[in-house]
Design a protein around this ligand. Structure first.
Ligand code: FMN
Length: 649
């Protein structure tokens, strides 16, 4: 079969193992980890779904090899306690039964080990272990590992690798990047040792070489070992790409593949996990340069999910393998789609960080656009509905489209009616903001899927009870969305006011000086975009903080962008009136002042279309209200409710 993306679909052999394509599944921490460091039952599904979706390998992470000196995260996995092997075996088995190679990431976080002790006294007495004595930014002392401790850690890598192999893992990833222990030894910034593990590059490489030797001794020849490293540390004082090339060249004889990531968590999370504000593939240049200096295969990673771009990376010789983390969470079926020449059906990760933000908040995982993440086994084998029903979906925004597609997949006869002339709902507004283009494309992608799945779509058709009855709908999904909240200020209906969701339609009307009224996520993103276009932007928020509705990983990155772009922020101000020359605003003390502007953007939130919802509550034997129509919130909630509503029919 002739393939649209022949490079991505080409097998690759590492050691004695042949991988079915070049699309590899990056290490992603599991969804439920038990308090004894085992993989919980949901984690099996978490990894399995990506294997079933066609990835060549799926990497289970982050196995802490030496718990005596490391506790990577509050929830991490380990094999140091006897009796833990079973959960690892089930996971390795669940990955390999779908044709993917299960890989395990072996890790030690060194001086950045977590300190999740509730006992404050114990915590105060803690110290962390790193290459050199020092103090962490949070004040915890760091002690240099002794030679004996290093030897123990090196041995522990081998023990963990041997056990993982016994559990059925077919590959090991040794983590020496992102600022963790082995990276700390490689880095002149962290490593101030004067013994054989510090100083000259040869010495800084030593522990990594010993670890790789220990792992090889445990797993034997032919078993693929890859090394994850940062091509450059990308902070002042860290090693640069030239040194990254020397490190790679100094280690390649011990590995089957080099996996080139970037940066250091502690000095720039957004380098390691490129956010929506940077180009897709912003770290590829690191792998491309390193590839010129080594002869083993090189993998790249970071913000990749577009098959055409990934094909080009391999075709142009920048890398041999592409790893995806968030890309495969968003669309686990991406490799299968690429292999079957259905690349246009791939759904692209939004880089919104819901996946990472959920863990610290609820100790689980979610994805904004893949409602199955963390719930994979509940949904893995759902087949057609017992009886095909007539389903009417009112509303063609993201919630309605997800519901319609899911219902159609289950064999229902689906009619989707959209009151306006276009599908996509609020996602249409994202086309005006380049860094949110993937969100707009998500809507486009679902619109195409509706057609492919045989959903009948009627545009410019508002749904009322009479229509539901005349169509004979047995199930009605109400996804009629929300309207923008518009505060009743004098002048708000003036020609100098644009509602944030309409910005894409009136972009040419925006003047040089802009006031954005409302500092929630949507207002912040709009302000940032207009500032990036070179306008003078003032962002006005009533509360004392910006974007409290942004998730905890995305928010700091967004705030840093606003600061970097010098968006002027006014907190604690409420809008009083829109005037031809700007926004009159008032502070808590009652003082008023004019914020000069040619254009005022109104971004104060959304309200459900409750009158429409109420009129439909009893319109069919089975009714479900979803998305913004139920309660305006996130895309995550809309997608989730759309998917699960359709599974209930
Ligand atoms: C939810 C999530 C969990 C992650 N867990 C790990 C981990 O346990 N170990 C690790 O080395 N990297 C981890 N990463 C980093 C990814 O492996 C990857 O380097 C990063 O997400 C950038 O790739 P991407 O843009 O394809 O997502 C994680 C990333 C995400 C999004």
């Amino acid at each position: 079969m002739e393939r649209t993306y022949p490079q991505l679909c080409q097998p690759i052999t590492l050691g004695r193992v042949t991988f079915r394509n070049r699309m590899f599944g990056a290490p992603l921490g599991a969804t439920d980890i038990t308090p004894d460091f085992s993989l919980g039952p949901r984690s099996q599904g978490f990894y399995e779904l990506r294997a079933k979706g066609g990835a060549a390998n799926v990497t289970v992470s982050e196995l802490v090899v030496h718990p005596d000196t490391d506790a990577s995260h509050m929830l991490h996995i380990g094999l140091a306690t006897p009796g833990q092997l079973a959960s690892f075996t089930y996971v390795a088995d669940a990955i390999s039964r779908h044709g993917a190679v299960p890989s395990i990431e072996l890790s030690h976080s060194g001086q950045y080990a977590g300190t999740y002790l509730l006992d404050k006294n114990k915590k105060a007495a803690l110290n962390q272990w790193g290459p050199s004595d020092g103090v962490r930014p949070d004040g915890l002392p760091v002690k240099a590992l002794s030679g004996e401790q290093i030897a123990e850690i090196v041995a522990a890598y081998g023990e963990a690798a041997g056990l993982a192999k016994r559990a059925g893992f077919g590959m090991c990833l040794v983590h020496a990047g992102h600022g963790w222990l082995l990276n700390q030894f490689l880095s002149p910034w962290f490593n101030k040792r004067t013994d054989e593990y510090g100083g000259a590059l040869e010495n800084r490489l030593r522990i990594v070489r010993e670890v790789l030797g220990s792992v090889r001794a445990a797993v034997g020849p032919g078993f693929p070992i890859e090394l994850r490293m940062s091509g450059a540390e990308l902070f002042d004082g860290g090693y640069d790409l030239a040194e990254g090339c020397r490190i790679a060249a100094g280690l390649e004889d011990l590995v089957d593949m080099l996996h080139i990531s970037a940066g250091s968590y502690q000095f720039g999370f957004s380098v390691t996990h490129p956010p929506m504000f940077v180009e897709h593939g912003s770290n590829v240049y690191l792998a491309a340069e390193i590839k010129k200096h080594v002869s083993v295969p090189v993998a790249t990673i970071g913000g990749l999910s577009d098959p055409a771009q990934m094909e080009q990376i391999i075709a142009s010789g920048q890398a041999d393998v592409v790893y995806m983390g968030r890309g495969l969470l968003a669309d686990p079926e991406l490799p299968n789609k690429v292999m079957a020449n259905r690349g246009e059906e791939c759904i692209r990760c939004l880089r919104c960080f819901v996946c990472m933000a959920e863990r610290p908040v609820t100790q689980t995982r979610r994805c904004a656009i893949n409602p199955r993440v963390g719930r994979e086994h509940e949904t893995m084998y759902i087949g057609p509905a017992a009886r095909s029903r007539k389903v009417l979906v009112a509303g063609g925004g993201i919630a309605g489209m997800v519901a319609a597609c899911t219902a159609a997949d289950r064999g229902h006869q689906v009619l989707l009616c959209e009151a306006t002339g276009e599908l996509g709902g609020i996602l249409r507004s994202e086309q005006g903001i380049p860094f949110k283009r993937d969100m707009f494309l998500l809507g486009e992608s679902y619109a195409r899927q509706l057609a492919a799945k045989g959903v009948e779509v009627r545009l410019a058709t508002a749904v009322d009870a009479a229509l539901v009855e005349s169509e004979g709908a047995e199930a009605l999904i109400v996804a009629v969305g929300s309207d923008a909240l518009v505060p009743p200020l004098p002048g708000i209906d003036g020609g100098n006011v644009i509602i944030v969701n309409e910005l894409y339609r009136f972009a040419e009307k925006v003047g040089q000086r802009v006031v954005v009224l409302g500092g929630g996520l949507s207002g912040c993103e709009c302000a940032l975009h207009l500032r990036m276009e070179g306008r003078d932007v003032t962002l006005v928020e009533l509360r004392d903080e910006l974007a409290p509705d942004a998730n905890i990983r995305n928010r700091p990155i967004l705030l840093a962008e606003l600061e970097a772009q010098a968006v002027q922020v006014e907190l604690g101000l409420t809008g009083v009136a829109v005037q031809p020359d700007g926004l009159l605003a008032r502070n808590a003390a009652g003082q008023e002042r004019l914020l000069p502007a040619d254009t005022v953007i109104c971004a104060v939130g959304q309200k459900s279309r409750s009158a429409t919802v109420d009129a439909l509550r009893a319109a069919a034997p089975w009714v479900r209200i979803i998305g913004d129509a139920l309660r305006p919130a996130t895309i995550t909630k809309a997608v989730y409710e759309g998917y699960y509503a359709a599974l209930d029919i």
